[in-house]
Design a protein around this ligand. Sequence first.
Ligand code: PMP
Length: 345
Amino acid sequence: MTNVHDNILGLIGNTPMVKLNQVTKNIPATVYAKLESSNPGHSTKDRIALHIIEAAERQGLLKPGSTIVETTSGNTGFSLAMVSIIKGYKCILSVSDKTKPEKIAYLKALGAIVYVCPASVAADDPRSYYEVAKKIAAETPNSFYINQYFNELNIDAHYQTTGPEIWEQTDGKITHLFGCTGTGGTLSGSAKYLKEQNPNIKIIGVDADGSILKTFHDTGKIDKSEIHSYQIEGLGKNLIPGALLFDKVDEFVRVNDEMSAYKTREIALKEAIMGGYTTGAVVQALMQYSKNNSFTEKDLIVLIFPDHGSRYISKVYSDDWMAKQGFSNNCVHNYKEVFKTEFIK
Ligand code: PMP
């Protein structure tokens, strides 16, 4: 029997790559998207959920009936909830109030207990989702705190899987890797593996307007005046994550909510790939990078597309939401026309 699995966890990893043919056609290089939405939990986070939980099991830190605790922008939560069901753990998650109700419903559908915390408070505020998760982990007997922002196994999961997959899928011909950084695990682990194979591969991190990661990379300093709230979920941070290997990133590109939103919709319209908001962010970063750096036909660029667009239907794919943000100047299409709904009475 082929492609038959004992349970859903057997589907994690080995995600496909798809060539982008339209949105990047002004760039002479070949551009591939690595579709992390093909994981069973529809994001890159399945890899770390499984890797961290299985490492904890090997160390005797988790036993059937234990409780898994974590902070999450949604995706890590889906993955942890999925792995918890199969392995018999309870799952408690703290999310920020930027998280859309459908994401919270999804987490609950997978049996997780969810705490919603204010996004606008400092990371060390007792109401922040980091502090709430820490407190729950400290107060819940037989619990295990995943701590994705400071867990080296987050990097290792991608060093063991995502990096080697990209190397093999491109026959070692990759020249540039672009990836969004939240915890930094996806890009850092992939970059560490790829640079070991070929140190000339350029690694480009994508940061959000409102986050401190790019400036920290460029100057070694935290500039708190840069911190402001923004809409892209899962990208950028108001703290320095231990899972981000800054020395493996050659350059950071910072993108904003508006341009990333247009790009997300453009990718759906032109490539028929329903990606999440950070899918638009990573393509937008490539566009910005290509203004200052020229590519040749020999270049092979890989963009990591972190998750699936179904999670953003009431956000970046909603005309009302776009209008509320003041994003009406779609440079690709008149989206009002494209997304017009005709009601037959
Ligand atoms: N995109 C989305 C939608 C995410 O949820 C995350 C995870 N926070 C990322 C990108 C960034 O991944 P990482 O945490 O591995 O840097």
